[in-house]
Every structure is written in structure tokens, then in C-alpha cells.
Design a protein around this ligand. Structure first.
Ligand code: MF3
Ligand code: CO
Ligand code: CO
Length: 288
């Protein structure tokens, strides 16, 4: 039998503070929420301050790479060229591109064009005026993962495409604003679905966000659609992604024969934006 942690013992989180001055109130709150029927995060996904600092640095590199792409992505560029740029810049910063060889993925980023929902594989395909492309970058810096993606217009795009891109970004931003420390993750899918539905769009349910930081994909799974069951509590120290994929048509997808590329079943346009966020006692920090 394990002895119950005492108030003056060192905290379980590794901070070297006394338990009573560290995670004692946190444990009391979570215990109550658990009794109310909410799944609570296991301690293994609560990041230490050192881990948060490391993940923040990795996320900053991811962000700066995505910033560079604003000027790089123009009609005539191939998705392979975007891949090469990101690959080189990642290595120059002493980091590793997480997608490369991840479960057999062959490239350093995902490039998802038009009706591609996610996990598009960079190729010799030339981007043309009017395309919309999602670039998803994940760096591993000092062992820590930072995951983010954005949409890039290729030259001038249609009003419809622009609206889809903007509404999808709004879904992400409003979902982040809706999160409350010690509130439940249900609010994320509820917020995204409300905004998508109001605009006549479909929410992709085949993929979700995820815990991230020490590994590429950690618990919990983050639903972008409405869930009837109680989802996990958002506790301080948790780091996860929110990455809504929104379709002009229905939210249904299929995977192509390359076993990666996910496309809309009805061939309608799809957009995605992703941030890595960190939950604090009193706020949610966008790391990317
Ligand atoms: N970056 C993607 C995500 O947001 C995962 C890509 S997995 C890969 O979770 F293998 F396709 F790179
Ligand atoms: Co992700
Ligand atoms: Co990603």
C-alpha cells in the first residue's frame, strides 16, 4: 500500500515545493470534479514548469517557420519546395521535423490543398492561383514538440474559399477563448460546431486535437464535434492542440490509397487551423 502524500511532503509534480504549497488545492478541486462525474487528467500529462518552458520554445520555432511561409507561398511553388524550406529551417535551428518517418510518413510537413482535409503528402504538384493550402508543421526541439498549422491563400482566392478559411480560424480562436481552467473539454467541440453550423459548414469528426509536448500525440483526444459524454477537465499544466477541420459540405472524409491523404467525401473545400495551448491557473496561453 502506498502512503498518502502529507502536506509537508515534496509535491508529486517535481517542483521541489511542499505539497501544501503546490498541488494540494489542485488535487482537492479535481477530486470534487471527479465525484461530479468528469474524467480528470492523469498526473503523467500534467507538465512541469521545465517541460512547459521547453515546449514553449519548440512552439516558438514552429510559429516562426509558419510566419516565413506567408512570403514563400505563391502561384508556381510546389509543395515539395515548401517541404524543403521547412525541413532546412528546422535543422538550422537544431530541431527535428516530427512528421518525417512518423508512423511511416515520408515528408517533413503535411501540405493539404483544397479538398484535402489533412495529412496531404508534399509532392511535385504546382500550386496555382486560387488554391488554398494548409501547412502543418511540428518541430521537436530539445525533445519537446510544438504543433501548429495555418491556411495560406495562393494568389487571389474566391470569396467562398476566403470565407471558409476565415470561419475555420474563428472556430479555433473562439474555442480557445471558451476554455476555462478546471472546466471541461466539451466546450471546445460545442463552440466549433456552433460557429460551423451557423455558416452552413460541416465539422470533420474523423480527426481531433491531442495532448502534445513530450510526445507527438498524447492523451487526451480533443473532439471538435459535440460530445454527449463528459470529456476530461482542462487542468493547469495540460498542453494540447485544437485543430478544427471544417468543410464547405459535410464533415465526412475518406483516406486515399497512399494511406495518409484525407479528402472530403463530397469533394468540397476543406480548411484547418491549429494551435498548441497551455492551461494555467487563471488563463490559457497560446504557445504557437
Ligand atoms: N501535425 C499533425 C497533427 O496536427 C500530425 C501529422 S502526422 C503525420 O496532429 F505523420 F502526418 F505527419
Ligand atoms: Co496536431
Ligand atoms: Co499539426
Amino acid at each position: 500500500m502506498e502512503k498518502k502524500i502529507q502536506r509537508n511532503d515534496p509535491c508529486w509534480c517535481g517542483s521541489e515545493k511542499k505539497y501544501k504549497k503546490c498541488h494540494s488545492d489542485f488535487d482537492t478541486k479535481l477530486k470534487q470534479l471527479k465525484m461530479d462525474g468528469y474524467p480528470i487528467p492523469p498526473r503523467r500529462i500534467i507538465k512541469t514548469p521545465d517541460q512547459i518552458n521547453g515546449i514553449r520554445k519548440s512552439c516558438q520555432l514552429t510559429k516562426s517557420i509558419l510566419d516565413d511561409l506567408n512570403d514563400l507561398i505563391k502561384p508556381g511553388i510546389t509543395s515539395n519546395e515548401i517541404n524543403q524550406y521547412v525541413h532546412r529551417k528546422t535543422l538550422e535551428n537544431n530541431a527535428i521535423p516530427a512528421p518525417l518517418d512518423y508512423k511511416g510518413f515520408p515528408k517533413s510537413i503535411c501540405t493539404s490543398i483544397n479538398e484535402v482535409v489533412c495529412h496531404g503528402i508534399p509532392s511535385e504538384r504546382v500550386l496555382k492561383e486560387g488554391d488554398i493550402v494548409n501547412v502543418d508543421v511540428t518541430c521537436i526541439l530539445d525533445g519537446y514538440y510544438g504543433d501548429s498549422c495555418r491556411m495560406y491563400p495562393v494568389g487571389k482566392i474566391s470569396k467562398n474559399a476566403e470565407k471558409l478559411v476565415d470561419v475555420t480560424k474563428q472556430c479555433l480562436e473562439e474555442a480557445i477563448k471558451a476554455i476555462k481552467p478546471f472546466g471541461s473539454l466539451n466546450i471546445i467541440g460545442e463552440t466549433i460546431t456552433r460557429i460551423a453550423k451557423k455558416n452552413g459548414y460541416g465539422v470533420v469528426h474523423m480527426f481531433g486535437g491531442h495532448g502534445v509536448g513530450n510526445e507527438f500525440h498524447e492523451e487526451p483526444f480533443i473532439y471538435h464535434s459535440i460530445q454527449k459524454t463528459k470529456q476530461m477537465i482542462c487542468a493547469p499544466g495540460m498542453i494540447f492542440t485544437i485543430e478544427p477541420m471544417i468543410n464547405e459540405g459535410t464533415g465526412d472524409c475518406e483516406i486515399l490509397d497512399d494511406d495518409w491523404t484525407a479528402v472530403t467525401l463530397d469533394h468540397s473545400l476543406s480548411a484547418q487551423w491549429e494551435h498548441t495551448v497551455c492551461i494555467h491557473e487563471d488563463r490559457v496561453e497560446i504557445l504557437t
